[in-house]
Design a protein. Structure first.
Length: 525
């Protein structure tokens, strides 16, 4: 080992001296052609085969340190060469554009026929379009070459470390990749709506204290927004699966009412005041509270799944669009609930159990205010994790994307489209049932509970990037969309904006989100 160290240090010293001359003459060689690094690599392979991890680790650090010096010089050389080519390319493109415009203008000046002039203009535009595409392709190639020099450096260092990565190198490489592929038009198309919404929130935060409404951006307000988002998160997670297969669900609001009324009836502290379908008011007070909770949750889920399966069957079996099948389910539930309860609220839930599930934990005092944490946030987080796991880590989740992208191609590849579609509707029903159960802990349930929730859920998914064209979207998109919409409503209410005007803001956001989604879809085609 001592002989090797002496030999490699001597080679390294000579190589670094030569490197100065190579930099001056712009002839720095890439890492794989460096004799010192080849020697390092051979020795490291011998040590690893012999199982000498400690010496291999120490030698690896020396090799990486040397590789960084050589690579830095090589990357600077490549960047300088490619940047010079970029500048030349830009000058040539500018000259080419000027030439095309001049030729087109001269050609038009010699023409008298309107048809010929239009043809000349069209051909001129086509020539400009071709020149721009060629220019962008060349610029992209030069930038990719610069980026690839750094990627090669990182990959070589990883090989020297026996495959181990380095956090700083990874961050730098990802940043360079992003900058290399960055296009302002694409960035604005992907994030323009979020930027506009962020600006709106910033304006609200600034305006709120000026109008005497207090500080909008405070911990209690943020927790309140998250609490209001918690139950709505379930509805968005349910409808997101249907939008992923280019569908929708108009029955969400009635599912919420159905589950909430069921929960309210079972958890009412005394004999119920509602005479369901003319029967005697039900009294569940004889059952233990634990049993009543389980019964309420299971019934809420079962009823929502039943009606969701109703919609899913007609969609999956007869190819009826979910817009129609879920609208039918909505009307059926609406009629049954209002006829059965006469629209009478079921009353409040037992205060103890309401506080146990839907209350808040007292945390600490901040600026004289008691900070409390909403308990409903916890089940919402669990639901997000479950949905993420299903979408990203299961075969069913992969099949959802396949069916949403192209149902016919999915069927040809062996996927049971009927089963996947029914599975999505069942999953949606489960989320609706859980959300409706928790909704009863926020307000007195009635047949009108959840009015308009279906539109908020659908809009949240679209704003979050789940495409109506199917096959595109992430769970995080639905989550972000719910928080954005809930936050928007809260901000407008906090500022004292009339409730009716709030629908105007929501309408503009929805049409903007769908329009951007359509533009992205057309660009992909």
């Amino acid at each position: 080992m001592a002989d090797f160290n002496e030999e490699i240090e001597q080679m390294q010293t000579e190589s670094l001296k030569q490197l100065e001359n190579d930099i001056a003459s712009k002839s720095v060689k890439p890492l794989e052609e460096d004799a010192v690094l080849q020697k390092y690599s051979e020795r490291l392979e011998e040590l690893r085969k012999a199982g000498n991890k400690k010496e291999a680790s120490e030698l690896s650090k020396k090799a990486v340190a040397y590789a960084n010096i050589v690579s830095e010089a090589y990357i600077k050389q490549v960047n300088a060469e490619q940047s010079a080519l970029e500048e030349k390319c830009k000058a040539d493109y500018k000259k080419r554009v000027g030439g095309i415009k001049g030729e087109t203008k001269e050609r038009i000046s010699r023409l008298t026929s309107k048809e010929e002039i239009n043809i000349a203009k069209y051909e001129g535009k086509s020539a400009l379009f071709d020149a721009k595409n060629k220019y962008l392709a060349e610029i992209g190639r030069y930038r990719s070459t610069k980026n690839q020099a750094y990627i090669d450096h990182v990959m070589y260092n990883r090989a020297l470390r026996d495959g181990k990565t380095n956090f700083k190198e990874n961050i730098t490489m990802n940043y360079k990749n992003y900058i290399n592929n960055f296009q302002m038009s694409k960035f604005m198309l992907e994030n323009g709506l979020y930027i506009a919404i962020l600006i709106f929130f910033i304006v609200c935060v600034i305006v709120a204290p000026l109008t005497g409404n207090g500080q909008l951006l405070s911990l209690p307000n943020i927790l309140t927004i998250l609490e209001q988002s918690s139950t709505r998160m379930f509805y968005a997670l349910g409808v997101a699966g249907l939008i992923l297969i280019a569908g929708t669900d108009l029955s969400v609001c009635r599912m919420v009412a159905l589950g909430s009324v069921t929960t309210g009836l079972i958890l009412h502290p005394t004999k119920n005041i509602v005479s369901f379908f003319g029967m005697e008011p039900w009294d569940f007070t004889g059952l233990p509270m634990g049993g009543r909770l389980v019964l309420a949750l299971c019934l809420s889920i079962a009823l929502c799944v039943m009606f969701s399966c109703f919609s899913g069957f007609f969609t999956a079996k007869f190819k009826i669009h979910p817009f129609i099948s879920t609208l039918s389910a909505q009307l059926i539930i609406y009629g049954l609930l209002f006829f059965g309860t006469s629209g009478t609220p079921v009353g409040s839930i037992d205060p103890k159990i309401k506080d146990f599930i839907g209350g808040r934990w007292e945390l600490f005092y901040f600026d004289g205010d008691l900070i409390t944490f909403p308990k409903l946030i916890i089940p919402a987080i669990i639901a997000i994790f479950v949905a993420w796991f299903i979408w990203n880590k299961t075969t069913f989740g992969k099949n959802m994307y396949a069916v949403g992208g192209n149902a016919e191609a999915a069927a040809v590849s062996g996927i049971n489209v009927f089963a996947v579609t029914m599975g999505i509707f069942i999953m949606a029903g489960i989320f609706y049932g859980c959300g409706a159960f928790l909704e009863a802990f926020r307000a007195n349930a009635s047949a009108g509970t959840g009015q308009g929730f279906e539109l908020d859920a659908i809009a949240a998914c679209v704003v979050g990037g789940i495409s109506f064209n199917g096959g595109i979207g992430k769970i995080r998109g639905a989550v972000i969309g719910v928080i954005i919409f809930t936050g928007l409503t809260y901000c407008l209410t906090f500022l004292g904006i009339d409730t009716n005007l709030q629908f105007v803001f929501k309408g503009f956001i929805i049409i903007a989100a769908v329009a951007l989604d359509s533009v992205k879809y057309l660009k992909r085609k």
